[in-house]
Design a protein around this ligand. Structure first.
Ligand code: CTP
Length: 404
């Protein structure tokens, strides 16, 4: 699986550092090669000599290793790899990466590289859950760093929870997955697909707005899955918290009217997936100055008017202008099947993916969902699954529908 692939393996200091040895063996067994870099603290947990012997290359530790610097240098070292894997990735190393610090060979290579990075975190459960680590992980994800693990379980320190290094076999599977996706066939090449995502914001005045809790995670996952299959994806997004999908053209909007214009400007397209939680109403004439509370005055009354239904308007375009495949979503709180059936007909879309976003479901903003898929051929219950899995499944169906 890894024939001809060269991995730069960065080992940072933690009890789990010894597992890097097994990971190197697995990489080699799969046909790949590994060059190890050990941070100074990693050398207290695993010997550079052992790592060198197993990897068949001198394990590097110091930035100012002059021979090495003159021979290849840290820039080339970090860029010549097909993938950089950090296992284990300590809270400290992740924090340095998030901040862009470069004060040793490992962090310098990570900052200097343009190669993709897969990090396998390992740390005490409290460190993993600490607000600063959470922030760093989000930052790194937004920067495109991939993660595998951590696992949940008993820790060396006796505590229980998430923070254990993923098993070497799992890390190997993530590495293989990475290369498999890289080489993925491009069955949607030449197909243009619009994906709307995230919430919209309808201004009340310059500082206030009406919006909703859509995270944009589902739309992002779908856009990425389509782009990975070679589609030209126009990602029209409201202000969402999730990171921008890779490989897509991003059109950022605020209001429903802006979203509608961006979608119309992106036509013609072969397909359109409407994942955005579009605000149904906007304020008639938002105030141009901040509305003041005023002493003893009653609260302002907001007059609302309906926003255009973007999905419906695109689905009802005449033959030549309508995308061949129009996919909508339905967010319902109860009576899912009946409401979804009615909505598919009312919107005129080909497919509808319905989910129940009742309070307590955790779907709005969460990583998981439950989908009922409706098409002219009937209904499929996809059950509970991750938003990524929904994206993969939908992308597969779209590939069949829009393929040659
Ligand atoms: N949608 C849209 N434009 C709107 C409202 C919704 O394009 N102004 C799309 C959404 O992106 C989604 C589908 O229509 O694909 C259904 O959205 P949903 O919020 O479930 O339904 P609404 O049309 O808003 O109807 P209701 O709130 O009454 O359920």
């Amino acid at each position: 699986m890894l024939a001809g692939k060269h991995i730069l393996l960065i080992v940072s200091g933690g009890i789990a550092a010894y597992k890097a040895i097994e990971l190197i063996r697995l990489i080699q067994k799969a046909g790949g090669t590994a060059q190890a870099i050990l941070t100074e603290s990693a050398t207290h947990f695993v010997s550079p000599l052992t790592v060198s012997a197993i990897s068949g290359r001198p394990a590097l530790t110091a930035l100012f290793d002059l021979t090495r610097e003159t021979e290849i240098g840290h820039i080339e070292l970090s860029r010549s790899a097909d993938l950089i894997v950090i296992a284990p990735a300590t809270a400290n190393l992740l924090a340095k990466m998030a901040a862009g610090q470069a004060d040793d060979l490992a962090s310098t290579c990570l900052l200097a590289t343009d190669t993709d990075i897969l990090a396998a975190p390992a740390m005490n459960v409290r460190m993993w859950q600490a607000a600063s680590t959470r922030r760093n992980i989000e930052t790194l994800k937004a920067d495109g760093v991939r993660f595998v693990g951590p696992d949940e379980g008993e820790m060396a320190c006796g505590e229980y929870g998430p923070g254990r290094l993923a098993e070497p076999a799992t890390i190997l599977a993530a590495i293989e997955d990475y290369f498999a996706n890289q080489a993925a066939p491009q069955p949607l090449a030449g197909r243009k697909i619009i994906v709307t995502s995230g919430p919209t914001r309808e201004p009340i005045d310059p500082v206030r707005y009406i919006s909703n809790a859509s995270s944009g995670k589902q739309g992002t996952a779908i856009a990425e899955a389509l782009a990975a299959r070679g589609a030209e994806v126009i990602f029209v997004t409201g202000p969402a918290e999730s990171a921008a999908p890779k490989g897509c053209r991003i059109v950022a909007v605020d209001t429903a009217l802006e979203m509608q214009r961006a979608v119309e400007d992106s036509l013609p397209a072969d397909g359109a997936v409407f994942c955005a939680a579009v605000g149904d109403w906007r304020v008639v004439e938002p105030a141009s100055d901040k509305i003041k509370k005023g002493e003893g005055q009653s609260p302002p009354e907001l007059r609302l008017e309906a926003n255009p239904d973007i999905l419906k308007s695109v689905a009802s375009l005449p033959g030549g202008q309508r995308p061949r495949l129009v996919v909508g979503f339905a967010a319902e709180t109860g009576d899912l099947l009946n409401r979804a059936r009615t909505k598919r007909t009312a919107k005129g879309c080909d497919w509808l993916l319905a989910n129940d976003v009742s309070p307590g479901s955790g779907i709005f903003g969460g990583d998981d969902t439950a989908i009922l898929f409706l098409s002219e051929n009937g209904e499929e219950d996809w059950g509970a699954l991750s938003k990524r899995a929904v994206a993969a499944r939908l992308a597969e169906k779209i590939t069949i529908a829009l393929g040659d």
